[in-house]
Write a protein that binds this ligand. Structure first.
Ligand SMILES: Cc1cc2nc3c(=O)[nH]c(=O)nc-3n(C[C@H](O)[C@H](O)[C@H](O)COP(=O)(O)OP(=O)(O)OC[C@H]3O[C@@H](n4cnc5c(N)ncnc54)[C@H](O)[C@@H]3O)c2cc1C
Length: 441
């Protein structure tokens, strides 16, 4: 039976190992198993359906500290209060690691303690009580940023987690506060306790004394007292190729580590674990589709990098309290202005059927689909409708309202406007040039 080695028992490694073990594979998970440093992180509620689908709802709940019903922002001109109808979950990081790890072990995953060194050709050396070469058919590298080899995409950033007291702070809130040369995220609990992180450029944090670091924090959020500092950790948006020629697949932060300003790393870590586990299962269970697995991971990675980059740019550009070099970032790409065509304007199909990689039932396979012209995304479904059905429905030109009527035969009526917008934004449907347009040119 093939052997899978998963390096790193963080959120991504534990989940990937658990999925593979449930599918009947032999999995060894390697981690130094050092005490996990205290940190609190937020998980958006929209990640929960995926986690319930993985039967991990109660595993996540075991690490839950509470929900953030509101976020207070001092980010743009005036202070803002953003109410969350579906509140994000505040997670206790050490409990999250422990809970996911024990779920993986309960599924039959074997845990080895030590640091794994990995070569691109799949050579793996475990350094624990002894030094040992480990053999495997596939290695999932889920060592997070410790995997190394990441290329910076965004401005260099360091995160400094801390705990403090803020007696006047309301519990079950998050706060986001921009300073001139840094920003702070806070999770507020009952009794005036807060967990937070200061995000700054490395040159303003490294080598400074603890008191200077505390001063930096209080300059941004004045009401914090009794600040206890954690250990600084890298937080630059950075990426690496997820799967080169060898048997090593990088997962989650080891392939794309985000700047916390722009994205939810945990959601990405869980999704990436699902995708990497599916690619691994495909190699063993449906080897003819190995090319689909490679194409799928490469394309997801490209889309994720682009989305993380755009989200980071938008978050920096959105900050309007300070115009200092720290906040000078690349501007987000302008969103194409897509006026909705007149309901009578004739549209034509602008793409063709092609084979695309698709993750379904835990495996990645080639299936019938289409390529979306603007983003280049291979799509097997759009708005929940299979691509071949859409291509068939939209194959004859028609007005926007005729297209909407046809879509309503296969999609819920309420979902049709969004689906039509998506088809237009991706130029799957393109307006046919009318004689007047040609004259105007
Ligand atoms: C300060 C800060 C705040 C954040 N806040 C949020 C937030 O609020 N919400 C959110 O969604 N995301 C947040 N993130 C991002 C989130 O923490 C990461 O995206 C997520 O933890 C990535 O999971 P991972 O499993 O890929 O890597 P990691 O969590 O880094 O896990 C890596 C694992 O690999 C192990 N390891 C390391 N080296 C080796 C080795 N040589 N051999 C074997 N094992 C090894 C480690 O012990 C660890 O268990 C934050 C990040 C930072 C830095």
């Amino acid at each position: 039976m093939p052997e899978v080695l998963v390096a790193g028992a963080g959120p991504a490694g534990s989940v990937a190992a658990l999925i593979l073990a449930r599918a009947g594979h032999r999995v060894t998970l390697v981690d130094p198993c050092l005490p996990v440093r205290h940190r609190v992180e937020s998980l958006p509620a929209h990640a929960m359906p995926m986690l319930h689908g993985l039967r991990l709802g109660s595993v996540i709940q075991a690490a839950e500290l509470g929900r953030a019903v509101e976020t207070e922002l001092a980010w743009r001109g005036a202070p803002e209060h953003r109410h969350h109808a579906n509140p994000p979950i505040l997670l206790h990081r050490p409990r999250l690691h422990a809970s996911l790890r024990s779920a993986a072990l309960a599924c039959g995953v074997r845990l080895r303690s030590g640091r794994l060194g990995i070569q691109p050709d799949g050579t793996a050396i475990l350094r624990g009580n002894t030094v040992e070469a480990l053999t495997s058919d596939v290695i999932l590298d889920a060592r997070g940023r410790a995997a190394g080899g990441l290329r910076a995409l965004g401005p260099a950033r360091i995160a400094l987690p801390f705990q403090a007291r803020a007696p006047r702070t309301m519990p079950d809130r998050m706060r986001l506060v921009a300073g001139p040369d840094a920003w702070i995220w806070l999770a507020c609990h009952s009794g005036g306790q807060v967990d937070g992180a200061l995000l700054a450029a490395p040159e303003s944090l490294m080598g400074t004394k603890p008191d200077t670091k505390r001063r930096m924090i209080v300059e941004i959020v004045q009401d914090l007292t009794e600040i206890s500092l954690g250990r600084p950790c890298p937080a630059t948006l950075a990426c690496a190729t997820p799967w080169s020629d060898g048997p090593v697949i990088r997962v989650a932060d080891a392939a794309l580590a985000r700047d916390p300003i722009g994205a939810h790393g945990l959601t990405h870590a869980f999704r990436s674990a699902v995708q990497a586990a599916a690619a691994t299962r495909t190699l063993f269970e449906a080897p003819d589709d190995a090319g689909a697995a490679r194409a799928y991971l490469a394309h997801r990675h490209q889309l994720d990098c682009e989305a993380a980059w755009q989200a980071t740019c938008r978050a920096y550009a959105d900050q309007a309290r300070y115009a200092t070099p720290f906040w000078d970032g690349p501007a987000p790409a302008p969103q194409p202005d897509l006026p909705r065509p007149e309901p009578t304007r004739r549209l034509t199909l602008n793409t063709r059927a092609t084979r695309v990689p698709c993750l379904s039932g835990g495996l990645i396979r080639w299936t019938d689909g289409m390529t979306l012209p603007v983003s280049g995304t291979p799509a097997a479904h759009l708005g929940g409708v299979a691509a071949p059905i859409l291509l068939d429905l939209l194959s004859t030109p028609g007005s926007a309202s005729e297209m909407a009527t046809r879509l309503s035969r296969v999609a819920p009526r309420a979902a049709v406007p969004a689906l039509l917008d998506h088809l237009l934004a991706e130029r799957v449907l393109a307006p046919i040039a009318e004689p007047d347009d040609i004259k105007r040119r």
